[in-house]
Design a protein around this ligand. Structure first.
Ligand code: NAD
Ligand code: MG
Length: 380
């Protein structure tokens, strides 16, 4: 059993990962998060990690005082988060910080030879062309935690080096399935935050509503599985039972099913290639009754086409796309811009920002900054 590092321990994925650790009796070597020190204190008292890092410096000082009676060393700032990511006692790091903030700690963990359980898709979206070769160089496994990618990964197990014909990426369709462009203009943040089948952090929930999440996942899958974005087909599947599938050249389609619960994918990444009993509810197909499938509406939800195009442009385009999206989603959640403005802002950033390099992680972070400033200016 591996010792795990949980980056983003207070988030939706982080909390479910700790539930998996509790269930399997896994040792937690380190935790890191942004600012929720009340929850971090409880996590420290339950899991006794050697290291706990808080991105917010002031909150870190507070946490340090609160857990002075424990053996946990408290670190602060983004350097502290990176230090937690490379902590000696950890064998595998769960990358579950939200957004591009997860990129540097994930890269640092790879450089110290840790396997990565990857929830933070933004790492591959912005820097997949750097991260995938880096993982190869350091001999580490990138084990997908995103449910669709875990499903694809599981569906490919045991199929040798048979070529994939296509990937069938399922999408719930989010809360605005069936809406046209006009209807989308007036939806509110409260409506966008009501996801039909998954309970997740705010940013990814809004991404699911715009379908940007599916666009980001197309890019993530292209990097993880070395497949052209043209061979990744999205299908809307409202029940979120078939988590994705692969198609082989002989026409066979192999998929992975289960109830919508992220702990299945998290646990598989932690125990790969072994499987252990799980605390997740079992799938009862007769109870589900039926599964439905629809083609996505690429006209109302442009995000997926924008993502495919950005991936094809390559270079810094996906990092610009991602940075613009993060900035626009934050503005939307603060009530500063409308729902349709999110996708428009992303498109505008990708179309207008030119000449950004994308050779190093620092280049990627600079492109990300440029995209954020662009969106801020756009709505000043
Ligand atoms: P969340 O908002 O619930 O949690 C984010 C975590 O990141 C929190 O612990 C927060 O404290 C931490 N964090 C934020 N900024 C930080 C910083 N600068 N330094 C250190 N920690 C920081 O988000 P989530 O829903 O758990 O999603 C996390 C990641 O997993 C995202 O990349 C998301 O796309 C991906 N993901 C989530 C789900 C899901 O079901 N929630 C599914 C698939 C993929
Ligand atoms: Mg997903």
């Amino acid at each position: 059993m591996r010792n795990v590092i949980i980056l983003g321990s207070t988030g939706s994925i982080g909390r479910q990962a700790l539930s998996v650790c509790r269930h399997l009796g896994l040792r937690v070597a380190a935790i890191a998060a942004g600012s929720n020190i009340e929850l971090m204190e409880r996590q420290i008292r339950e899991f006794s990690p050697g290291v706990a890092a808080v991105a917010d410096e002031k909150k870190a000082a507070e946490l340090k005082a609160r857990v002075a009676d424990t053996g946990t060393k408290v670190l602060s700032g983004s350097d502290g988060v990176c230090e937690a990511a490379v902590c000696k006692q950890g064998d595998i790091a769960l990358s579950a910080i939200v957004g591009v903030a997860g990129l540097r700690p994930t890269a640092e963990a790879i450089r110290t030879g840790k396997d990565i359980a990857l929830a933070n898709k933004e790492t591959l979206v912005t820097a997949g062309h750097i991260i995938m070769p880096m993982a190869k160089e350091y001999g580490v496994d990138i084990l997908p935690v995103d449910s669709e990618h875990s499903a694809i990964f599981q569906s490919m197990a045991g199929n040798g080096d048979n070529r994939l014909k296509s990937i069938i990426l399922t999408a719930s369709g989010g809360p605005f399935f069936g809406f046209d462009r006009e209807q989308l203009k007036n939806v509110t943040a409260a409506q966008a935050l009501k996801h039909p089948s998954w309970s997740m952090g705010a940013k990814i929930t809004v991404d699911s509503a715009t379908m940007m999440n599916k666009g980001l996942e197309i890019i993530e899958a292209a990097h993880l599985f070395g497949i052209s974005v043209d061979d990744i087909r999205v299908v809307i599947h409202r029940e979120s039972i078939l988590h994705s599938a692969v198609e082989y050249e002989d026409g066979s389609v192999i998929g992975q099913m289960g109830v919508p619960d992220m702990r299945t994918a998290i646990q598989y990444a932690f125990t790969y290639p072994k499987r252990y009993p799980s605390e997740v509810e079992r799938l009862e197909l007769a109870k589900i009754g039926r599964m439905t499938f629809y083609s996505p509406d690429d006209e109302a939800f442009e995000a997926m086409s924008i993502c495919r195009a950005a991936f094809k442009s390559g270079g810094a385009a996906p990092a610009i796309l991602n940075g613009a999206n993060e900035a626009a989603v934050a503005l939307f959640l603060n009530g500063r811009i409308g729902f349709s403005d999110i996708t428009d802002a992303v498109k505008s950033a990708v179309d207008n920002i030119r000449g950004k390099r994308a050779d190093t992680i620092e280049d990627i972070l600079a492109a990300d900054e440029a995209a954020r400033s662009f969106v801020t200016e756009l709505y000043r």
